[in-house]
Design a protein. Structure first.
Length: 262
């Protein structure tokens, strides 16, 4: 069976995803994992870091399923959540300023900070440092933000990521997201990321949260920081009252259209 699939493409600091809104178009019998691989292909598809399905939810304003460009399903993605919040609030003409999203890692809450720039803040919940590990002679921390990350200090994050990102990711069973970071000062961090299932990307929302908590808990960063990624800048903040981490940044609507699937 063939479909003309309506989509919207959005980007958060270059972390770009294709969004399908099943609240408006059901698309029965679609294999989302297979679709993610094909639609994400930058030569033969639309091109993206992955596919996000927006659906109805019984426990939140909407539900998200997130697929990497290799077809694997992700439990969480901060960039996808921020973009989905912007899309949903914009699609209802901003009659609300916040909403809840059901993910495989629980319900997340998003807030529109600036409507003109589609600046969105998301309560990412608690970020947990699972433990410290030595990987190929380098010390780093394994951190959970609903998905898993390995954060390593580096003098040259971009070069380190290109050289060691895949190597470090494959060290862990089932792979892991890897962030290489450089502390600029207590309010600014430089980061490059290798995402499990997508490879090197220009940004990673959950990765930014993991990086922030690593630096904050190590006493190298304040409770509110700017994180520079290859695709732009995001902001992370630690709420001392709740222990939750907030992720904030602009998102952009790139395109909308129809994708032919058969």
């Amino acid at each position: 069976m063939s479909y003309m699939i309506k989509f919207i493409k959005m980007s958060a600091q270059g972390n770009d995803y294709i969004y399908l809104d099943r609240t408006k178009n059901v698309y029965h019998e679609l294999n989302f994992s297979e679709l993610a691989i094909k639609i994400s292909d930058r030569n033969f598809g639309i091109g993206s870091d992955g596919l996000v399905i927006i659906d109805n939810s019984d426990v939140a304003d909407a539900a998200l399923r997130i697929f990497n460009s290799d077809g694997s399903e992700a439990a969480m993605c901060g960039s996808a959540i921020r973009s989905a919040v912007a899309y949903l609030l914009k699609s209802i003409n901003f009659s609300k300023e916040s909403l809840s999203l059901e993910t495989l890692s629980g319900i997340k809450y998003g807030f529109m900070k600036d409507r003109s720039d589609l600046n969105v803040s998301v309560d990412m919940g608690k970020v947990e440092i699972i433990g410290n590990y030595e990987v190929y002679g380098r010390q780093g921390s394994k951190i959970s933000v609903g998905n898993l990350h390995f954060v390593v200090y580096s003098e040259n994050p971009a070069e380190d990521c290109l050289k060691n990102g895949q190597l470090f990711s494959s060290y862990f069973k089932d792979g892991i997201n890897v962030e290489f970071i450089k502390i600029i000062n207590e309010n600014e961090i430089e980061m490059s990321v290798w995402e499990r299932g997508s490879g090197i990307t220009l940004a990673c929302g959950t990765g930014s949260c993991a990086v922030f908590i690593k630096a904050f808990k190590d006493g190298k960063a304040d409770s509110s920081v700017k994180i520079n990624v290859p695709g732009g800048t995001v902001y992370c903040r630690y709420d001392k009252n709740t222990g939750n981490v907030y992720l904030e940044g602009d998102v952009k609507i790139i395109a909308s259209g129809e994708y032919f699937w058969e």
